[in-house]
Design a protein around this ligand. Structure first.
Ligand SMILES: Nc1ncnc2c1ncn2[C@@H]1O[C@H](COP(=O)(O)OP(=O)(O)OP(=O)(O)O)[C@@H](O)[C@H]1O
Ligand SMILES: [Mg+2]
Length: 244
């Protein structure tokens, strides 16, 4: 099965305030789908809606061809266990050190897991993102890039099938950003993970995307391969990519 997420006539927003309307798009398994659009157009809102933090105003969301609102609570919980999320603001808990932040999903979904196993999982993940030495530091003691990597470690700790990353490289220096791009590509190429990434960074989009979804005027303006973006020859996209 190629398709992993599909939306049909999805309207997202907050109460009466519709942010995006009639969204029809598909995320394919094992691909990196990049979502882009101007600040405030609703990229974070759409991610939060797909992962169930904000209820859709109307329309349908399908995971693995199953309609989310038709699934039982248990099936929905099982599905969410297979999803990792890196939030735009990292959403690390300031009162917990790195080890405890990264182990939150384990404690939440597998509270019975022996401490020794948890320890092994957390330390192995911290080592993958280069933060092993900092395991007992608190978020306030970490740099911006380290916090992003910590949030990424937490999103990956349960070995997810799908990872949502909201602006993973924004504000990082190009070298650190490149490292994170490499990490995401590795997750896709080595582990077959599907990634949905919100980013403004042109370098990242060019390097990592299999598919790009451009949002404009409250809906999907373009959806397709990165190369196709330019044959599309559209003034909004050209402006976005500084080609005009
Ligand atoms: N909790 C909320 N309650 C009400 N409105 C909200 C809430 N969060 C965001 N909004 C509004 O929804 C719209 C989309 O916001 P969102 O954060 O999804 O944009 P974005 O595309 O992620 O922007 P950015 O690129 O700056 O992160 C904005 O108009 C914002 O003011
Ligand atoms: Mg956002």
């Amino acid at each position: 099965m190629k398709e992993i997420i599909r939306t049909e006539k999805l309207f997202v927003g907050y109460g009466e305030n519709i942010v995006l309307r009639e969204l029809d798009f598909i995320v394919n398994k094992g691909e990196i789908t990049v979502i882009l659009g101007k600040s405030g157009c609703g990229k974070s809102t759409i991610l939060k809606t797909i992962i169930g933090l904000i209820p859709p105003i109307s329309g349908e969301i399908y995971f693995y061809e199953k309609r989310m609102d038709y699934l039982s609570e248990n099936s929905v919980n099982d599905l969410y266990k297979r999803i990792g999320v890196l939030f735009q603001n990292n959403a690390l808990l300031n009162s917990l050190n790195l080890y405890d932040n990264v182990s939150i999903p384990i404690k939440m979904h597998y509270p019975e897991l022996p401490k020794e196993v948890e320890k092994e999982m957390v330390f192995s993940m911290l080592s993958q993102v280069g933060l092993l030495q900092s395991f007992n530091k608190f978020p306030s003691q970490l740099s911006g890039g380290m916090r992003k990597r910590a949030a990424l470690a937490r999103s990956m700790i349960l070995d997810p099938d799908i990872i949502f990353c909201d602006e993973p490289t924004t504000g990082l220096d190009p070298i650190t950003a490149d490292g994170l791009d490499e990490l995401m590509l590795n997750l896709k190429n080595v582990f077959g993970i599907t990634l949905i990434v919100v980013t403004h960074e042109l370098r990242s989009i060019e390097k990592i995307s299999d598919k790009v979804i451009v949002l404009k005027n409250e809906t999907v303006h373009f959806s397709g391969k990165y190369d196709k973006l330019f044959t599309f020859n559209d003034s909004f996209i050209n402006k976005f990519f500084l080609k005009e």
